[in-house]
Structure formats: C-alpha cells, structure tokens
Design a protein around this ligand. Structure first.
Ligand SMILES: [Zn+2]
Length: 70
C-alpha cells in the first residue's frame, strides 16, 4: 500500500444514514482528486436513493482503486 492509500480513512460501519452519505462524498472526493478510480459501482454516488427517497438496494457497493499502487 502506498502513502496515498495509507491516508484513506476507513470505517467499519455507519451509525447513521448521514454518515454513509458523508462517506460517499468522501469517496467521490478521492476519485475527484485523480488519485483513485472506481473499480466497480452499483450506481453513481448521487443515485443511491430513488425518486421516492428510498435506498436503491439493501446493499450498495462502490469500490475504488488507487492509481498508484492498485
Ligand atoms: Zn495507493
């Protein structure tokens, strides 16, 4: 793991929906920094809820990969 990846904050669970949404914003900021790219994602970061405000699925996954070390 490279220096960039070591600085990434991880969490084991989300105590609130807000914490999860904040984490999604964090993931997007990592991708926007151009150091990471999406390896896979179930949907765009801003599409985790449908038009009714419900989560699109019980499990939503966004996987990112460091461009430097993989
Ligand atoms: Zn890395």
């Amino acid at each position: 793991m490279c220096e960039i990846s070591e600085k990434v904050r991880t969490r084991d669970f989300f105590p609130t929906p807000k914490a999860y949404l904040e984490c999604l914003n964090y993931i997007q900021s990592l991708v926007d920094s151009r150091c990471f790219l999406f390896e896979s994602k179930d949907c765009d970061i801003d599409r985790v809820k449908d038009i009714n405000g419900d989560w699109i699925d019980d499990v939503i996954s966004h996987v990112i990969k460091c461009k430097n070390c993989g």
